[in-house]
Design a protein around this ligand. Sequence first.
Ligand SMILES: Cc1cc2nc3c(=O)[nH]c(=O)nc-3n(C[C@H](O)[C@H](O)[C@H](O)COP(=O)(O)OP(=O)(O)OC[C@H]3O[C@@H](n4cnc5c(N)ncnc54)[C@H](O)[C@@H]3O)c2cc1C
Length: 433
Amino acid sequence: MKPVIVVGAGLGGLSCAVAAKQRGLDVLLLERAPAISNVGAGIQVPPNAGRAMRYLGLFDKLITKAVVLERLDLVRYESGEVLLARDGQKGIVENYGAPWMVAHREDYHRILYDEAERSGVQIRLGASVKTVGFDMTTVTLENGTVLEGSVIIGADGLWSTTRAQILGYASDPKETGDLAYRAIFSTEKLRALNDERINKLISQNVATVWLGPNKHCVLYPVRGGEEYNLVLLRPDNLPKGQTKVEGDLNEMKLTFEGWDPVLTELISCIPMVLRWKLFHHEELKTWTKDSVAILGDACHPTLPYQAQGAAMAVEDGVVIGHLLGLLGKDYASDPSGPPPEAFASILALYESLRKHRTTLNVSGARENRYMYHLPDGPEQKRRDLELQKVDWVSSTPWKYTDGPYQRELLGHDVIKEANAAYLEWKKVKLGNS
Ligand SMILES: Cc1cc2nc3c(=O)[nH]c(=O)nc-3n(C[C@H](O)[C@H](O)[C@H](O)COP(=O)(O)OP(=O)(O)OC[C@H]3O[C@@H](n4cnc5c(N)ncnc54)[C@H](O)[C@@H]3O)c2cc1C
């Protein structure tokens, strides 16, 4: 059987490559970058992503590198007054099957990359895919090399090459109107400030989110608490076409003038910052064509206001790998493996399983933006009162606190769902069960 070709070694592509390889398929992973390097930034690993890592057998490795959150606090922007404290473990592990973790991106990525190497995924760095051929399921690299696969999975991120080729037209992600400043600094540096409130903050494994008019900020520990990750979100003022630049520290300080003194003190510690324009995309007409599909940011980029972009990419990856593994098993006795139409049909099944969930995430993140960024006034006061009544079971007008929504987002079992869907598919397509 020809290999599964995965384009892009981000978190989504690696998860897909590892899942397929672990299920007995040959996998070729093509990455444009000549060497693996990661943004120096943190990432939240919500419980659904933790469960996907468990499926790959990598949860134990991740938890030793990550920080398990004791709490996620929403606080008021100018005072730091706690509006809502969410227990990071008790309700979360019980209800959603894994804790809420935070990690350095490099650590998360390294665990997946090492597993890809260990399990025998063929990895080619410096391999940039230029075009995809649908008739023969091929990719052509920038250097002219043509490679043939059984399926091609475009995990090539926000500016995906594969997306336009599946659709037949360019469909770039849309600006959200927000940008992020991202910075990491050492906990040692924070300790040296000798500030009682900062010391209290860093004595616990807590993620703190300051909510303010048109802006919010997120702080959490990474690398076992040796470093802190700070993300400041604000209205976008980058010119069109500019997506990522080094930020002006002074401008950043001025943007958050008058906010909680703890936060402004933290901001004053930042030696260097990156400014990222934030993008998303409305639901795409399709994610697949013949035996080619896309996953992750290539098909459903989102505002990071539910901390779910990578989580969804990793889920996509394990679902594709799982379905391809089941198909491969059912054709194990056939030396030529599954026919192209079976692969195409399995990729369509993947899309049908994943689209609703990922669209729910993109729109949920947009709704969170509205609630996070309420200007001071009656609606903000109502929100703050409602936050005091949250029980994580009942419905609320806000996705972040809506019990049924959170259960679906964080607790949904994507592998169980894929197994059931595959059995149905098999009955219809292969005529047996
Ligand atoms: C400020 C911010 C905070 C975030 N916080 C969180 C969070 O807390 N939790 C969370 O889950 N998500 C978060 N996200 C979202 C998350 O970072 C992304 O959704 C996720 O990294 C997407 O993974 P991916 O594998 O789909 O794409 P990418 O990580 O973009 O990987 C794509 C890969 O494809 C390669 N590539 C591209 N084109 C080609 C080509 N033609 N040929 C070969 N290779 C190619 C690229 O080099 C890259 O390695 C955040 C995002 C931002 C901007």
